[in-house]
Design a protein around this ligand. Structure first.
Ligand code: HEC
Length: 163
């Protein structure tokens, strides 16, 4: 009796607090921790192919947040990853040696980072672990070979503004 009374109240409060559509009772929404996501985006290796704030690989679309697009449904981000999955996984095996392993909460944090202009502005090479930075440079070197860069300087292709 009390249970049937309390449950609807709990659902309505959750709805009011989250400002989002009511969710099924079997679901638990993760924390969207953008600061944690900044670290994971680098340590998981997304940065090897995707750039944010001008830092990162040039093999894949940049993941800079454009506030003019307005708020985004996080599942649309996951759906985009799903759409690009075949190419992405193939390239991960090639460039990182294996497919990146991520959990739901980790992905939620990365998605939060991908939609937080303030956190993105803080993103720098200091966030990138050495092993990942090495892969980033290897990928850049490959591009220099492919593109016959010519100037043979130490500036990675990704920073020279050509495409
Ligand atoms: C080895 C390279 C590589 C790595 C590492 C990688 N991606 Fe990708 N990603 C790609 C490529 C290439 C595409 C484009 C695929 C396509 O268009 O078919 C892509 C597409 C995407 C897209 C869709 C972009 C769009 O605008 O449609 C998202 C989102 C994305 N990746 C997120 C991530 C996240 C998050 C990580 C880290 C967990 C990651 N990627 C790691 C190569 C990579």
């Amino acid at each position: 009796m009390t249970k049937t009374f309390i449950r609807p109240i709990a659902m309505v409060s959750a709805f009011l607090l989250s400002g989002m559509a009511a969710q099924a009772e079997g679901l638990l929404m993760p924390d969207f921790d953008a600061e944690l996501g900044r670290g994971l985006y680098a340590s998981k290796g997304c940065v090897v192919c995707h750039s944010v704030n001008g830092i990162g690989g040039i093999d894949a679309p940049a993941l800079d947040y454009d506030p003019s697009q307005g708020p985004m449904n996080p599942f649309d981000f996951a759906a985009k990853m799903w759409r690009g999955a075949e190419t992405m996984i193939y390239m991960q095996q090639d460039e990182l040696g294996d497919q990146i392993e991520i959990t739901g909460p980790e992905l939620a944090a990365i998605i939060a980072f991908a939609h937080d202009a303030e956190e993105q502005a803080k993103f720098s090479m200091d966030d990138v672990p050495e092993a990942i930075a090495d892969m980033l440079h290897e990928a850049d070197d490959e591009h220099e070979d492919e593109e016959a860069d010519g100037d043979h300087d130490d500036v990675p292709d990704s920073e020279e503004g050509h495409d």
